[in-house]
Design a protein around this ligand. Structure first.
Ligand code: NI
Length: 186
């Protein structure tokens, strides 16, 4: 089932999401719905707050970039209760976008490498080092679990430029090809 994506201004995007336990109801169905929603919107990652749930669940689907990097063929993973436990010193700049902020694409500087801990969809624990594009997507998605969106990381000058677009969104004008749940300022 395709779920509407909550856009900028929705309070849930600013909350600190909670860890979940194995008895969380209908988790496998939720994960399947998140993958379907992500794929329909042509995105690479989706965090549960973006569908209105303040829980620490993220899905990442890098199969869409397999033409650029064949190692991501069939890469579809769910991350439960993920936490970044180390940020590598080396930082790289790359353009990012977000399904919750349609129409905004900005350069963001992030660690090239990170160490992460998470549970997979069956609650098996993992600890691994992620590098490059996967590390980039993880940092963006896991940020959503702590109530952050990528435009918080851009330069002050670019923030100034993006401000108008954000105001437009807060006034309820959002244009994109997928289903959204818009926040409208009163
Ligand atoms: Ni995002």
């Amino acid at each position: 089932m395709i779920l509407p994506i909550y856009t900028y201004g929705q309070p849930v995007l600013k909350e600190i999401a909670q860890d979940i336990t194995p008895d969380y109801p209908n988790l496998q169905e939720l994960i399947a719905n998140m993958f379907e929603t992500l794929s329909e919107a042509d995105g690479v990652g989706l965090a549960a707050p973006q569908i209105g749930l303040s829980i620490r669940v993220v899905v990442i689907d890098l199969d869409i970039v397999k033409d650029d990097d064949p190692k991501f063929k069939d890469f579809r993973k769910a991350y439960i209760n993920p936490h970044i436990i180390e940020f590598g010193e080396e930082q790289v700049t790359m353009e990012e976008g977000c399904l919750s902020l349609p129409g905004i694409h900005e350069n963001v500087k992030r660690s090239k490498k990170i160490k992460v801990q998470y549970l997979d969809a069956d609650f098996n624990p993992h600890e691994e080092i992620a590098d490059g594009y996967l590390a980039r997507v993880m940092q963006h998605e896991f940020d959503h679990l702590d109530g952050h969106v990528f435009v918080e990381h851009i330069s002050p000058l670019r923030k100034q430029i993006v401000k108008n677009k954000l105001h437009t969104m807060l006034n309820g004008r959002v244009h994109c090809s997928y289903r959204v749940k818009i926040f409208k300022r009163k």
